[in-house]
Design a protein around this ligand. Sequence first.
Ligand code: AMP
Length: 396
Amino acid sequence: MNYKKKTILDADLKGKRVLMRCDFNVPTGDDGAITDDSRIRKTLPTIQAVLEAGAAVILCSHKGRPKNGFEEKFSLKVVRDRLQELLGIPVELAADVVGPEAREKAKALKPGQVLLLENVRFMTGETKNNMELAKQYADLAEVFVNDAFGSCHRAHSSTVGVAEFLPAYSGLLVKKELDVMGKALSDPARPLVLIMGGSKVSDKIGVIDHMLTLADDIIIGGGMSYTFTAARGGKIGTSLCEKESFDYCLELLKKAEEKGVRIHLPVDAVCGDHFAADAAPQVFADGEIPDGMMGLDIGPKTAEAYAQVVKNAGTVIWNGPMGVFEFPAFAAGTEAVAKAMAESSAVTIIGGGDSAAAVEQFGLAEKMTHVSTGGGASLEFFAGEELPGVAALLDA
Ligand code: AMP
């Protein structure tokens, strides 16, 4: 995949109307208020740069998964309010997304002004990459900018279709994602270490297979590690297990040996007798988990060994927690790996989703080279797949 793309820094934006796809899919509480605005904050530098370049900005985003047009709880009104606070200028909202109101407001927009379209998923064609809808987005502006890395793995009208009709550039956030993660794949400081965790092997096969051709070390932890243990004949009690992935796990271990990729598997596990925060933690050796107990975290010896691999790394890519970090009694393994990454001089990259949530929880996000804003998108990126939203941008 080509990740060298033209950015807003390559574009002449003066006096233009710029349609910018953002990821404003912010979490909201029961009262509808935003509980975490970091997705909005992360794209502010791009919005500000485009405004400073003398353009007018038309922002658009999805939020949640509305099924039947407008629904109050998926409205971007709360995003508009927060944007106004953060930018310190008025932000108009076009309630009809691309209808007459949006066209009118877009037309009236002057350089330095900002308009926000309502949730693009209120339009039924959006997730089908409907070309008529894409043309309607494009008709609002003269330039398209994509700063929504978390949506780049989806071919939708506002991420891919619209780029058929307008010159398409990456925003600064997408640029950083592509620069850092692209270098980690194409020209990494070595050793290149991949840390895989989370619940299921089957979700991560694409990444493991691709990284097997690139990485020096692959560390396996989290719920998925018990499938490896069971495949090799170990006892895992009631731990997570995907029998249908046994052959894959054994095959992977064989392939890694042939290729000289070091695979690191747990040597011990912190277990509980049920899946709950109040389960009493007990440590067992890997493959010796008794009946009725389930592995909920990597054990202390494993955590130490993994931290050592991280310490000697040139680049570390991490996707998926080492245990049920949401339960404090089973968070130590995930925290140990996060700390080792934070203290390491390696290039450290956190794939989005749960690993990003974990480093935030431990207050270590600022210590990483890069925390990706795209969970699904970064998984596909590290699986070597072409992200349609990136492919649609102009090549550098
Ligand atoms: P994933 O979405 O596959 O990356 O998985 C992330 C989820 O896996 C997190 O919510 C973790 O709590 C969960 N997880 C990690 N380790 C375990 C484990 N040993 N048993 C059950 N769930 C786990």
